[in-house]
Design a binder for this molecule. Sequence first.
Ligand SMILES: Cc1cc2nc3c(=O)[nH]c(=O)nc-3n(C[C@H](O)[C@H](O)[C@H](O)COP(=O)(O)OP(=O)(O)OC[C@H]3O[C@@H](n4cnc5c(N)ncnc54)[C@H](O)[C@@H]3O)c2cc1C
Length: 211
Amino acid sequence: MATGIEPRTPQVPGIDHPKVVGYMDAILGRKPIGKRVAIMGAGGIGFDVAELVSHGGVSAALDIDVFAREWGIDFKNHPRGGVTGVEPHVETSGREVTLMQRKTDALGRNLGRTTGWTHRLTLQRRGVKMVAGVDYLKIDDQGLHTLVNGEPRLFDVDTIIVCAGQTSLRKLYDDLQAKGVKTAIVGGAYEAAELDAKRAIDQACRLAAVV
Ligand SMILES: Cc1cc2nc3c(=O)[nH]c(=O)nc-3n(C[C@H](O)[C@H](O)[C@H](O)COP(=O)(O)OP(=O)(O)OC[C@H]3O[C@@H](n4cnc5c(N)ncnc54)[C@H](O)[C@@H]3O)c2cc1C
């Protein structure tokens, strides 16, 4: 069974307010995203969503010239290391985006070792604000009411995107178990704490090898 996960909904008063959008809806474009955005949760998905909503124009992942412009790389003159002399130029969506987390650590500390710095730098260059030590109090027409390091702070935003983790989706597995059907479970359905595609693939391959 590899039914994956379902996003976790944090228990914050007003979480069903129309301003609130789940990360699936944000990624799939199922709900409109306003000009001023708060993102609750700064794990890998929070960072990806911040990149998505702060991004403007053609993606650097699809166009080598945009990539060179965003990273200040001069492919024509080939300076040493390729990166001298050209100022990075980043196009943005024009949204005001704040990425926030409960933990008091620096945001993005647990991102991948080899790519984490690129995600942090990309968001900084797009003017995304990063706030740690946030307690979520309530959501209403004014926005997201919080305590930041104990101090009251209102984020006056149009949209609040929830990226607050996930729980395993194992209903089908539990139903089959209850019926006595021998079933193995892998991937996000087995363990949702750290979304890790490599672990899911590893589990599935090992299972396939012994069955
Ligand atoms: C925005 C985002 C960014 C990510 N970035 C990374 C990353 O950089 N690196 C990384 O390692 N991982 C990343 N992940 C996590 C990675 O996607 C997961 O770890 C991986 O997809 C888990 O695989 P899975 O097969 O367990 O579940 P999934 O890929 O979620 O697949 C589960 C499938 O089961 C289907 N399903 C559910 N219930 C039923 C049912 N009853 N009947 C039939 N089908 C059903 C679902 O529709 C889905 O297609 C990211 C995830 C997201 C959302």
